[in-house]
Structure formats: structure tokens, C-alpha cells
Design a protein around this ligand. Structure first.
Ligand code: ZN
Length: 117
């Protein structure tokens, strides 16, 4: 995966996250633009608190996706993004472009889904 792909995926993730948070009442307030913020740098407490409030307004399914989005954004900053959490192999770009917050490669995803049934 090259830098351009990664930047596009990051933008997609942040856009998606904003969409989720905008669904909430608290999210109607102006959201801080994450695009220029490096994760791990100064994140002010007020922003973190309101994000937490917004999080609990979301439906359970949305929370699961939002968690995955946040984890993906952390991995983009800290490394390990695009690797399957189960088998540690690279997830194909085509899959990441469709679901950039996915945690598993197609093979492991199928196994996870079969396990649930
Ligand atoms: Zn895998």
C-alpha cells in the first residue's frame, strides 16, 4: 500500500466517523476537524468528552463500526494498518477500499462469521 492509498483511506475513515457522530444530538455541534491532527498529540479533554457523549447516543451496531473506525485510525498513525488482526497477513487494497475499518482479511472474516452461527 502506498502513501496515497493510505491518505485516501484515512480521509474516508474520518469522513465516515464524522457521519456517524453527526447522527447524534451532540454531534450537531461543530465537530473538530481531525484531518490536520496527529493522533497522540494534544487532544483537548473537552473534545474527548463530547466525543464520548456522542458515542453513547449511537445504536449498538454503529458503536461497533465507530470503534473499528477509531482503531483503524490509530493503526494508520502507529502502524499495523491493513494487516489482518487474526492471521497478520496484509488485507487486499480492494477490500480496504470497500470497508476501510475492516479488522480481518476475507478468509478470516468468513471464519469469524461461520463461528457466530
Ligand atoms: Zn486473516
Amino acid at each position: 500500500m502506498n502513501k496515497k492509498d493510505l491518505t485516501n483511506l484515512k480521509k474516508f475513515l474520518i469522513q465516515k466517523k464524522t457521519e456517524f457522530l453527526n447522527k447524534t444530538n451532540n454531534g450537531q455541534r461543530e465537530l473538530k476537524n481531525d484531518l490536520d491532527v496527529t493522533i497522540g498529540d494534544e487532544i483537548d479533554t473537552a473534545t474527548q468528552n463530547s466525543e464520548k457523549e456522542m458515542f453513547f447516543e449511537l445504536a449498538a451496531n454503529d458503536r461497533i463500526t465507530l470503534n473499528a473506525i477509531n482503531d483503524a485510525l490509530v493503526k494508520i498513525e502507529k502502524g499495523g494498518y491493513g494487516l489482518c488482526e487474526s492471521c497478520n497477513r496484509a488485507i487486499i487494497l480492494q477490500r480496504l477500499n470497500a470497508i476501510p475499518w475492516t479488522r480481518y482479511c476475507i478468509k478470516c472474516q468468513e471464519e469469524v462469521e461461520n463461528f457466530k452461527e
